[in-house]
Design a protein around this ligand. Structure first.
Ligand SMILES: [Zn+2]
Length: 1191
């Protein structure tokens, strides 16, 4: 003691010692000691805090509790095994050199020191997690260093000092190794508590200053102040299983334990009530918890950890039926829930049903270890002091690999194992069931009895509740396997970054379909959510240790950040998982939701694609896609949608690519693919799973569509011009430049209205075709579009400036002003003005033919573009200026001018030549098509736009080869399947691209004459009924379990009507044996010879149902005529009676033939390697005019 102490009175000395006993000596004691009132001091003086061993004056309840044996009392506080304990000298506070003797204990969670070894309540506890390191400071001394403080100790010898340091360091290293994530699994001792029930300042009698008190779970922690609490370094904690709370007066209450009475005083009576309630709940929790433990520990073997032998283990693996210590529990967790499901005896109250507790009493550590630990070599066994790595190695060998287990005699014989399990579960022999299950018997095997189809049902029937309990916990358990790396066979095995996040969220039940309707607040429930170790868990509340559910990060396929106020909460997000479920979460706090979304995205997005995270995405996830020239194999891509840009990380590229959805040339759903056609490539996003795919399709379609009535909200071309404007200008350029009174004549109002509506809805899909659309309707549509434009072409802001500029007299100044105004327009407006004026410049170029000179055009367009009534000519003057000074104002250089001249010349030539090709280029897929037969000389490489029909492809091939089609020659495109030795003529209106997309490696396209078409058309025209019936030979090829089952050809009676094909066993049968919707059939001519068809007049029919299950069968006719009639009937039904193009199409066809000069254009050679092909395709797509220049 210091000199100062010596000077103290006797009473003072007594006082300091007593206070010292519960208190830190880091500070001067007097600062904290509040001299107790005389009448209170008796209790204090007589029963000093830590030496309260005598019970004479403690309350009667305490003394009755105290009457048990010392061991019994010790048990509750000894729940954590003590790893090391002993006497050490602790350095004194404030520079004094007199060391104080302290009893120091180390367990897995804390380093604590006490006045004596008999004390229950420490003077100080330091969480192992807050210890940064341990250092030697000479003279048998060492320091325990935390982030903010250093505690120095002196051992009795160097050996003792070294032993302390080694043990401490080992614990610290292990905790660090496990990482922060693990801590939350255990009772959190530090300031990072996330299960605090109540905390705050309270007066504690005997202390001058208020203490910071924390009620958490089944303990009450005392800290000197809030700062200490945050640092985790406290005075002591009180295990509430021995506690009792009693109201004393208005603000005071006592917490009584057998060892001490803690007299607290709150600031108000309301505060006091809250504290009393919190502490009473804590006691209830502690008592109910130890109830389970007491029951399970009543079996001797369960009092020691099944793995390391530690005393009083309070954790368990509920499927393995073993009771384990906290340290082993941590390692069990690491094995994963498919091997061991770890629960706390004390905290996870819900899981402990009567049956489970009974199961633990009957099986438990004894029976479990007879099986699992039948052959443990002493060298591999672990014990109380084993390190973390040793434990893990042992537990993997024991439970994951089953290395030490007692093998069942039936091991390896699956059928016998299953049979034995079915028999055993009806008895009470749990040990046998355990042995069978963990030697490979299948818990869900078929028992052979449809009424009780599996062992669980059998056990239930036999009234074996414990068997049921055991089986239920092991329904999805993994059977031990020695093979290394078996876990790497997972579908998705990338190591994801470990992100930790937690907090409350509101959650709806998960769903199997998209959320279209608004979810009200009432549909959400508050859940405590954590994201840890790549698992998102949600709990009933923040005190529960067993989650209500979990989402593994690797299962997540899509994450959606909903627009504000989509549901009852301001911010919501959706999580889609592989097994087609959707989870919806919400919160009133956008910032918190943003953090959740970010954390989740970060933990499931492939590290390769993490650049996607930098976008403010609305939707992010992985999808299968096909693209490039190889459409055979689907690849995995990562996508993020942000407004109208789709960012993608594709498999064969290591950088992010951006698809501007408003600038797509095509966007369509074909089969189960979403097709995105860009200028230089086509991307097929595939619907591998339905739920998230539908979500993506809707979102992409929305993002790609027009979102409003201003220019920039429209679908755009590559050069930022609204598609709607581009389509109209292009059409007029192709078909209307020479049309008299173009833009002055108004078309039919109703047609204009409907065309504008169509274009506004989805301009990309509208293809303006000569013959279908009139020039004046289209020109009027364009004018109407500009007149109705939200902000006007020149914007409301600058509109008046443009009109003023027109009045400027000085020519140079005026042009300067126009250019200046032009540059201040938004990008899309600027590009559109230029495109439109360029167009009008061309129109006036033909004014001799169309009578529309610059002045006339300006009269029409001035009021349209400026949205005025046209009473004065101001607006017209602007337009007139822009057209007449087009080259100067828009800085059009000579080369661009020449290019335009060339283009116009080409168009005119085409017009003169009578071409009707007014269509646009789109898509970039190049396909090989053969003419008449498959041989190299007959090869044609054709660029297939997404909209190309079989008819268009046929003409294209014929044109290239300058083949004149004659009347009654039915040229068609066929899909040939070499493997099946069958072919199918495509219907003329069928889109080619999806067909190509679905072609297997043994299939190709060929253009040739359809020889039987004439006869088929005659038959169809002459028949009386729309349906067809008759006998055919039928052979089925069912694909069961990969085995082709077939029984040869048999006579069957068929009826084909407007909707379905029915098969009857015989003519008289009333009920069809089979029935197929005819729309789902694909009918090919021919049957492979290997099947020995009874005649050469047969079909191969493919059928695919909604579930994408495929069937294939064969039909054979006796004569060619019959075959034709059946085939014609199929075509008729499948195409709604429209088997061959109408007269007008024929005219078109013949007109195209005459235009053989154009058909002569040679395409860019497409031979060479893939890269060369790609380049030539790109060059071709970039400058389609090369095609026209050769004219
Ligand atoms: Zn253990």
């Amino acid at each position: 003691m210091s000199d100062k102490d010596d000077a103290e009175t006797m009473r003072g000395r007594l006082r300091s010692e007593r206070v010292n006993s519960l208190f830190s000596e880091d500070e001067l004691i007097e600062d904290y000691y509040d001299q107790p009132a005389a009448n209170d001091s008796s209790c204090w003086n007589d029963y000093g805090l830590s030496t309260l061993q005598s019970s004479g004056t403690v309350s009667s309840r305490s003394s009755s509790m105290h009457s048990g044996s010392t061991e019994g009392l010790d048990a509750p506080t000894q729940l954590l095994p003590i790893i090391k304990a002993g006497w050490l000298d602790k350095n004194p506070p404030q520079g004094s050199y007199i060391y104080q003797k302290r009893w120091v204990k180390l367990d897995a969670d804390y380093l604590r020191y006490f006045d004596s070894e008999k004390d229950t309540y420490s003077k100080r506890f330091i969480p192992v997690t807050s210890i940064a390191r341990v250092a030697s400071i000479g003279d048998q001394k060492f320091e325990v260093i935390t982030n903010n403080r250093t505690f120095a100790f002196r051992a009795e010898s160097d050996a003792d000092r070294n032993e302390w340091m080694r043990t401490l360091q080992q614990m610290v290293d292990e905790r660090k190794f496990k990482g922060l994530n693990r801590i939350s699994l255990f009772q959190p001792p530090t300031g990072a508590l996330d299960s605090v029930d109540k905390c705050g300042l309270l007066e504690l009698r005997g202390f001058k200053n208020k203490l910071y008190v924390v009620v958490a779970g089944d303990k009450v922690f005392l800290y000197k102040n809030a700062e200490d609490y945050r640092q985790g370094i406290g005075i002591t904690y009180i295990e509430m299983n021995v506690g009792n709370v009693k109201d004393v007066d208005r603000r005071g209450f006592d917490l009584t334990t057998p060892y001490r009475i803690f007299s607290f005083s709150a600031d108000s009576d309301q505060e006091k009530d809250e504290w009393v309630e919190a502490m009473q709940q804590s006691i209830a929790e502690a008592l109910s918890n130890s109830e389970v433990a007491e029951k399970i520990w009543s079996v001797e073997a369960n009092r020691f950890c099944a793995d390391c032998g530690s005393l009083n283990p309070d954790w368990a693996s509920v499927n393995l039926c073993v009771v384990i210590c906290k340290r082993c529990a941590g390692e069990h967790r690491g094995l994963g829930p498919s091997i061991t499901k770890v629960r706390s005896l004390k905290m996870d109250r819900k899981v402990w049903t009567e049956e489970l507790i009974e199961l633990f009493c009957q099986v438990g550590n004894c029976v479990a270890n007879q099986f699992w630990a039948a052959n443990v070599p002493p060298s591999e066994a672990i014990h109380v002091a084993s390190g973390s790595q040793e434990r893990r190695r042992f537990l993997i060998a024991k439970y994951k690999e089953g290395k030490y287990r007692r093998y069942h005699p039936l091991f390896g014989n699956q059928e016998e194992l299953n049979k034995a399990l079915c028999a055993t579960v009806t008895t009470s022999d749990l040990a046998e069931t355990q042995s069978l299950v963990f030697c490979g018997a299948e818990v869900s095997c078929f028992s052979g009895d449809p009424d009780f189809p599996n062992p669980i049902a059998l056990a239930e029937q036999a009234g074996q509740k414990l068997q049921m309990e055991f089986l239920l916990h092991n329904k999805n358990s993994e059977i031990p396997r020695v093979e290394a790396g078996s876990s790497e066979e997972k579908h998705y095995s990338v190591i994801l970054p470990s992100v930790t996040h937690n907090g409350f969220l509101f959650k709806t039940p998960s769903m199997a379909k998209l959320v279209h309707e608004r979810k009200s607040r009432e549909e959400f429930s508050r859940r405590w959510c954590t994201l840890n170790d790549s698992i998102f868990s949600y709990y009933e509340n923040d005190r529960n240790a067993v989650p209500n559910g979990e989402i593994k990060m690797e299962e997540i396929v899509c994450l959606v950040n909903n627009p504000p106020d989509t549901h009852g909460f301001e911010s919501t997000f959706e999580v889609y998982i592989e097994s087609e479920r959707l989870y919806l979460f919400g919160l009133e706090n956008p910032e918190a939701i943003r953090k959740w979304v970010k954390s989740i995205a970060k933990s499931f997005i492939h590290p390769r694609a993490d650049e996607l995270l930098s976008h403010d995405f609305e939707r992010i996830g992985r999808l299968q896609y096909k693209g490039g020239l190889n459409l055979q194999r689907a690849k995995e891509g990562w996508f993020a949608l942000t407004q109208s840009v789709l960012y993608a990380f594709l498999e064969d590229s290591d950088k992010e690519e951006a698809v501007h959805l408003k600038k797509l040339q095509e966007l369509s759903v074909q089969g189960d693919s979403l097709v995105l056609v860009e200028r230089r490539r086509t991307l097929y996003i595939q619907g591998e799973r339905k739920l998230d795919f539908l979500g993506w399709v809707a979102a992409i379609q929305k993002a790609a569509g027009s979102s409003g009535d201003t220019l920039s909200e429209q679908q755009l071309t590559e050069s930022d011009i609204p598609v709607i404007v581009d389509r109209c200008i292009d059409y007029i350029t192709q078909c209307g430049l020479t049309s008299e009174g173009i833009y002055r004549k108004s078309g039919q109002n109703s047609k204009t209205t409907s065309l504008l509506e169509m274009l506004r809805k989805d301009a990309r899909r509208v293809r303006l075709k000569e013959g279908e659309h009139q020039v004046d309707d289209v020109s009027n549509t364009l004018k109407r579009f500009f007149r109705d434009l939200g902000d006007g072409l020149f914007t409301k802001e600058f509109c008046q400036d443009w009109l003023k500029a027109a009045a400027i007299e000085n020519e140079e100044e005026k042009i300067g002003q126009y250019r200046q105004l032009l540059s201040s327009l938004p990008v899309v407006n600027r590009a559109t003005v230029k495109a439109l004026i360029n167009h009008l410049y061309r129109v006036q170029y033909f004014s001799e033919m169309n009578q529309m000179n610059t002045h006339n055009l300006a009269i029409v367009f001035g009021p349209t573009l400026f949205q005025t009534d046209g009473k004065d000519y101001k607006a017209g003057r602007v337009v007139e200026d822009l057209i007449s000074r087009y080259v100067v104002i828009f800085s059009v250089d000579e080369q661009e001018m020449r290019k335009q001249q060339d283009e116009i010349t080409a168009i005119i030539k085409m017009r003169i030549a009578g071409s009707s090709s007014g269509t646009q280029q789109a898509g970039d897929f190049i396909c090989t098509v053969y003419l008449e037969e498959k041989k190299t000389e007959a090869e044609q490489h054709v660029k297939i736009p997404a909209t190309m029909t079989a008819e268009e492809l046929t003409f294209e091939i014929l044109e290239r080869r300058k083949i004149d089609t004659k009347e009654k020659e039915y040229w068609s495109c066929f899909e040939v399947n070499e493997r099946e030795e069958a072919e199918r003529p495509l219907h003329y209106s069928e889109k080619v691209l999806p067909i190509l997309h679905g072609l297997g490696t043994d299939s190709y396209l060929v253009v040739k004459k359809q020889l039987s078409m004439e006869n088929m058309l005659i038959y169809l025209a002459s028949r009386v009924s729309d349906s067809k019936h008759g006998m055919m030979k039928f052979r089925e090829e069912r694909n069961l379990l990969g085995l082709g089952l077939s029984t040869g050809f048999h006579d069957r009676y068929f009826i084909l009507n407007n909707s379905c094909l029915r098969l009857y066993k015989e003519v008289r049968s009333h009920r069809p044996e089979k029935e197929w919707p005819v729309k789902n059939l694909k009918v090919y001519l021919g049957i492979k010879k290997k099947l020995r068809p009874p005649s050469c007049w047969g079909f191969t029919v493919f059928y695919e149902n909604e579930k994408h299950e495929k069937q294939q069968w064969y039909l054979c006719c006796d004569t060619q005529m019959e075959l034709r009639e059946w085939f014609a009937s199929f075509l008729y039904v499948q195409n709604g009676g429209n088997v061959w193009p109408s007269e007008s199409s024929k005219v078109r066809a013949s007109r195209t033939q005459q235009d053989s000069r154009l058909g002569n254009i040679s395409l860019i050679p497409l031979r060479g390697n893939e890269n060369e092909m790609r380049n030539s395709v790109a060059a071709f797509a970039a400058d389609p005019l090369t095609l026209l220049r050769n004219v």
